[in-house]
Structure formats: C-alpha cells, structure tokens
Design a protein around this ligand. Structure first.
Ligand SMILES: NC(=O)c1ccc[n+]([C@@H]2O[C@H](COP(=O)([O-])OP(=O)(O)OC[C@H]3O[C@@H](n4cnc5c(N)ncnc54)[C@H](OP(=O)(O)O)[C@@H]3O)[C@@H](O)[C@H]2O)c1
Length: 338
C-alpha cells in the first residue's frame, strides 16, 4: 500500500476532535515506525464539510476550534453520503452518534463507503449490533477492511484479542461494559446510597447522560456484547437476541445482603452457551470482575488456558481516538501484505 492514505472523518465531535489531535501528535512516529502518512481530505459535519483533496491542514483547523466553518475549505449543505463517492478515499472514519434503533446515519455512511471499495473505521456501535452480518458480507464482496475496536470498551483491545488468541479457543465471555452502571453500583456498595442518589451523583460528575436509560437499562452493554460475541465467538446475533435487565430496581438492602455473604452485585454482560445476557449478577468479592468506578473489564474464558482478563477505561474521547488510530495502522499493515 502507498505511504499516504487518504481519509475522511465523519463527525467532528468529542472523539473526532481528539482523533485530529492524535493524528497531529503522532505524525512523525507514524511515518517513522509504519511508513504511514495520513492525508485527511474531508471532515463531514451534519451541515457541510471541510474539503481539500490535497489534504487539510489539521493545525489550522484545530486553531479555529468551534469556528472551523470559517475555514476557506468549508462547504455548506453537502453530505457525506453524496461526497464519499466523489473523493479519492482509502479509508472512511465514522464517529457520528448512534441512533440505537436504526444505526443511522452511520449505517448508511459505512455501506456507502464499502460500496465504493473504501475501507472503514467506526467508533459508532449501532450499525454493528444491528447489521453485523450484512456489513461483513458486503465488505467481503468488495474486498474492504472494516474495523471498529472503539465500539467495545473504547481503547481496551477487546476485538483484537482474536488475533492474539488464534490457536487458543475462547469459549465464553463475561464483562462489565458500561462505566455508568458500574459507577452507580460501586457507589451504592461503598457508600450505601440508594440508586437514585448514586445516579444523580453520576450525572453531576458527567459519568451519566441527562437521559441515562440506555446505560442503566443495559441496552448499551447489550450492543457491545453482541459485537464481542459475533467477533470473538463467531456468532451471528443482533441486539434483539440479548436478554436484558437493568440495574434501576436494585436496592441498598440487596447489595447489603450480598455483601454480608462475601459477594457483590455487578451488571454483567455475558456470552456463554449460545446465549447473550445483560443483567445484575452476584459475584465473589475477590473476582477479577469486581472493579469499581467507571472502568470496563472483560474476562475471556479459554478452552485450554483458563481465563484471560483485561481491564481499562471504556470511554473518553482520547481513549476512543487511540483505538481508531490503532485500527488505521492495522489497516495499513494489512494492506501492505496484500
Ligand atoms: N465519547 C466516548 O467516550 C466514546 C467512546 C467509544 C465510542 N464512542 C462512540 O463514538 C461516536 C461519537 O462519540 P462522541 O462522543 O464524539 O459524540 P459527539 O461528541 O456527539 O460527536 C458526534 C459528532 O457527529 C456530528 N454529526 C451528527 N450527525 C452527523 C451527520 N449526519 N453527519 C456528520 N456529522 C454528524 C455531531 O454534530 P452535532 O453535535 O452538531 O450534531 C457531532 O459533532 C458515538 O457513536 C459514540 O457512541 C464514543
């Protein structure tokens, strides 16, 4: 593959902006270690795009901050869907917000890119827990690489575990994949506060959305366990196949009862015995899954070598951006071999 890779970014929000910063920060290292130069030729927002086929000057765009629409390269009222086929792109990076029911607008962006033989990197999980099979089928047909490490536990390398355990069969997965619900349960357990108070505290600290439903009712974790199971266990499921129960009905009394017997209650996402479940479960206090705060943890149960556990920050702009940049290097290295 050529050294310079032409990319577009769709969605200049938290993750997208952190990615621009990381691309600049790592420019020399990427060139030196991977022979990789990233030419960002378009940045799409919902109301237009910055476009320069020669490559946008990222330091100039970052200096403009929220006023990036004042750049000479800004074109109003154009959409990624219309422009993806017109640009000479190698990779399309998708970082728009998820519509949990339709996966849009990301799903259409991803399909459009693949239809035009463009590789894809996404941080938006909706398309993958709704249409995993369809996306991969189309990508295989068009010889495209599609990467989405940031969709599950952000920078924690969960999906890429497959590569590192090729000959070590993974038979099941248990994980904590939502930092908000884990923070709430941790506070209920350590401080004895009730659910609504712990939620209010999480919202004040910016760990929970104004509408926390997707997190506390388990839908967010369910989407992530679908992607993990499909990728790692080679299943073929969607979010409709997950049995989901949230944490909003857990009482301080239930937590105390578990505690008195040496257990804790955690909101686990589980893939085992051909079933996907997200629900509160009682686990031993000294289990590696007993992590506190907003962290994520994933336990891969292997057939011949017992459990392998990884843990880390499952959210954050730089965390997700670092996973995207990693996907980018990985595509470059894969293309180099072919
Ligand atoms: N933040 C994290 O910690 C994290 C971690 C892992 C994965 N993710 C995923 O990454 C994605 C982005 O997250 P984020 O935190 O960066 O969200 P964000 O701050 O809301 O950024 C999303 C950006 O996409 C823009 N956008 C909306 N519709 C668009 C369209 N049709 N075309 C082009 N741009 C559009 C938004 O513009 P407006 O705001 O002007 O509407 C916004 O600038 C989400 O799917 C999220 O689930 C986030």
């Amino acid at each position: 593959m050529k050294m310079k890779i032409n990319c577009c970014l769709i969605g200049k929000g938290n993750v997208g902006s952190c990615l621009l910063e990381l691309i600049e920060e790592k420019k020399e290292a990427l060139k030196h270690y991977y022979d990789l130069e990233i030419g960002l030729i378009a940045i799409f927002e919902f109301d237009g795009a910055l476009i320069n086929q020669e490559g946008l000057d990222l330091s100039e765009i970052r200096k403009l901050g929220k006023d990036f629409r004042e750049s000479q390269y800004w074109k109003s009222d154009i959409t990624a869907i219309d422009y993806i086929p017109k640009l000479n792109l190698d990779i399309c990076i998708e970082t728009t917000p998820t519509n949990p029911k339709t996966g849009e607008p990301a799903l259409s962006h991803i399909i459009k890119a693949i239809e035009h033989n463009i590789d894809v990197i996404a941080s938006n999980k909706g398309p993958f827990y709704l249409k995993y099979k369809e996306i991969h089928k189309l990508a295989n047909k068009n010889h495209c690489i599609v990467k989405y490490e940031a969709t599950v536990a952000s920078c924690v390398p969960t999906l890429s575990m497959k590569q590192n355990l090729l000959a070590n069969e993974i038979i099941s997965i248990r994980a904590i994949l939502n930092g908000t619900s884990n923070y709430i349960l941790s506070r209920m357990s350590s401080e004895g506060v009730d659910f609504s108070l712990a939620l209010k505290e999480a919202q004040e600290l910016g760990y929970a959305e104004a509408d926390p439903t997707l997190d506390i009712e388990g839908y967010d974790a369910a989407g992530k366990i679908v992607i993990l199971a499909n990728e790692i266990l080679h299943w073929d499921l969607t979010i409709d196949d997950v049995k989901i129960n949230g944490i909003s009905k857990i009482t301080p009394q239930a937590i105390d009862l578990a505690k008195s017997d040496g257990f804790v209650i955690k909101h686990l996402a589980i893939a085992e015995n051909n079933r996907l479940i997200v629900e509160p479960r009682i686990i031993e206090k000294d289990s590696p899954l007993n992590i506190s705060g907003t962290l994520n943890v994933i336990e891969f149960q292997t057939k011949r070598a017992g459990p392998i556990v990884i843990m880390g920050r499952g959210a954050g702009g730089y965390e997700a951006a670092s996973a995207i940049l990693n996907d980018l290097v990985s595509i470059k290295l894969s293309r180099q071999k072919t």
